[in-house]
Design a protein around this ligand. Sequence first.
Ligand code: SF4
Length: 323
Amino acid sequence: MAKLVKINEKSGIPLVGSIAFGVIDRGTNILQVRPTTLCNLNCIFCSTGSGINSCFHRTDYVVDVDYLLRWVKELVDFKGKNTEIHIDSVGEPTMYKNLVKLVKEIREMPNVEVISMQSNGTLLTKNKIKELEGAGLNRINLSIHSLNGVLARKLSDTGFYNVDKVVRVAREISKSKIDLLIAPVYLPGINDKDIEDIIVFAKSLNCKLGIQKYLPFKYGRRLKVKNINWYRFYNKLRNLSKKHGFNLIGDKDIKVEKRNSLPLVFKKREKVYVVIKAPGWMKGQMLGVAKNRVIMVEGCNKKINDKVRVEIVDNKNNIYLAK
Ligand code: SF4
């Protein structure tokens, strides 16, 4: 079992700098908001290696909602008008008990146009969908990778996963004011036929569909699938679009614009002193803090409140990794 670390004002852990929690700015009008790393499934292809039986992560994080809202507001003010907030998490956003409050208070920020979130759907209910609708949520990206109960359960690697329940959730969302986007991961050689079933299902609900390419990551769960490149992937989507009369490439309603990024506060190879504040997401890592940023320090055996000199090895998108 991973240890649960609560992140709040008192923790002294900033909410920019980590891939696992807080706010991520990738230089567009979309800000990713990550309130928790917790997930209730254990998908055998999970790109973040999250879930109830994760062998990758020794820590899970939950961020205090008021603390998170303060950081979101600051970044939204920096981004300006027509910002989209995408609550994605490296786990499952509906595991966050303050999700409705989070959406409701983000909706009150004048520069926010769209609020969207990802979900595996297992914890959504008719009531929860109503609450999220009332709070001002605009879109749910719902993961369904197969409509076949046996395969879907096998992919989730949990005995309780019930795709019929998630299908009911999809129908419920499609009846609400929240846009539904079904987001399956295409696993070549494993769910080829299932992807076509999902297209037919999405057509019947008149909802959006965003088929994703399976990408193996170093710290994700890897699955043996037929290797196809991006060209073949898009070709497949083009063929399926033609066959089913359903546009599977690009969604004109999702507007991604380039915007100024938060300035970087550390250069690569820069040596900095950080104060250790919490255990890291993975074994051998600790969370360090300096210049109002959180830094994942690899190969670190220091204790909480120790000061340590580290070298920044990555700073892309203000996500800091050090050694
Ligand atoms: S793929 Fe999503 S639902 Fe599945 S274990 Fe990973 S975070 Fe959880």
